[in-house]
Design a protein around this ligand. Structure first.
Ligand SMILES: [Zn+2]
Length: 45
């Protein structure tokens, strides 16, 4: 599952919300960007 952010309203959208229509469920924008946020992955060494 990937998470995007709406370019207009800045709300987080997941691919679950975007199933078929790649449109923001909050404002209807079609512009998204993928926030550069590293998912916390703990490396056990
Ligand atoms: Zn939006």
């Amino acid at each position: 599952m990937a998470a995007y952010k709406c370019f207009k309203c800045g709300k987080a959208i997941t691919t679950n919300n975007l199933e078929k229509r790649f449109v923001c469920v909050h404002c209807g924008s079609k512009i998204f960007f993928k926030p550069r946020k590293h998912i916390a992955k703990v490396k056990a060494e």
